[in-house]
Design a protein around this ligand. Structure first.
Ligand code: ZN
Length: 269
């Protein structure tokens, strides 16, 4: 059995109580990917350790890898994204994003881009803005589209999935299972293959492209139409269901609602 300790920076994604007094933490690190680590209840100073391992912070952890589990032995808080907790809407949005990231990230995948993207995302949220439910849904959808792109499930929003020609406005259908757009010619040529392809408005495709490819700062400047946002949210949900492994029975926006019914009303920031 190896008892060598590892020191790494990380961000806590989720905290789950296990057994009576222990806690399991999922931590995303720049060097070791996602780690599941255990804080032992019998451990001296667990309360202090646990208080440093709250989410929305960059921490330095020292861990020991055992045969069956990884135990945390010390924690130092490097930086806290304090303003995220100032607004309920921002806190719910950040919390939801961490839960989703944890759900769709495998343990020990060494992926430095994921870590940097998470730092950028939390930094973006760390200004104490209050978001409407619609804006939060749009931002969380963008977070998922970017996560999919990073994971190699990039959605085809420019060329036809079948013939690869560039898609002309209003001359396409949408197929979530196959991951993007198909031109009308290809649909006509093979009706059976594209049987479940749906009609989607140009503006919704533009919204998907913009969400996936723009910086978060730019996403809060765009006025959102309620009708298009409903399509957008459903399309992101379908894409996640088809292309990201894991549990997907619940819509991704569920966690940002906080008992408030999501209303897709036209609004702008
Ligand atoms: Zn085509």
């Amino acid at each position: 059995m190896s008892w060598s300790s590892i020191k790494t920076e990380g961000i806590v994604l989720t905290v789950v109580p296990v057994r009576e007094a222990d806690r399991a933490y999922n931590i995303l690190t720049p060097t070791h990917g996602k780690l599941e680590i255990i804080g032992r209840g019998a451990q001296k100073g667990l309360a202090k350790l646990a208080s440093h391992l709250e989410p929305f912070a960059v921490v330095d952890v020292e861990i020991i890898r055992g045969q069956h589990s990884t135990t945390v032995i010390s924690v130092d808080r490097q930086f806290t994204f304090k303003k995220i907790s100032n607004e309920l809407s921002t806190r719910l949005l950040a919390q939801s994003s961490l839960i989703l990231l944890n759900r769709y990230t495998h343990e020990l995948t060494d992926d430095q881009a994921s870590y940097q993207d998470l730092v950028d995302w939390l930094s973006f949220l760390n200004v104490g803005r209050d978001f409407s439910a619609t804006r939060s849904t749009f931002l969380l959808g963008a977070f998922l589209l970017k996560l999919m792109k990073r994971s190699g499930y990039d959605v085809e929003l420019v060329n036809c999935l079948a013939c690869r020609n560039e898609i002309a406005p209003s001359d396409f259908r949408w197929h979530a299972g196959k991951g993007g757009l198909v031109c009308s010619d290809c649909v006509s040529a093979d009706k059976e293959e594209w049987f479940t392809a749906r009609n989607i408005e140009d503006d919704v495709i533009k919204l998907l492209r913009f969400a996936r490819d723009s910086r978060y700062e730019d996403l809060i400047r765009l006025a959102l139409s309620g009708v298009h946002m409903e399509s957008f949210a459903n399309m992101v949900h379908d894409l996640v269901s088809f292309h990201l492994p894991g549990r997907y029975d619940r819509p991704f926006w569920e966690g940002i609602l906080a008992d408030v019914e999501l209303e897709f009303q036209p609004e702008s920031v």
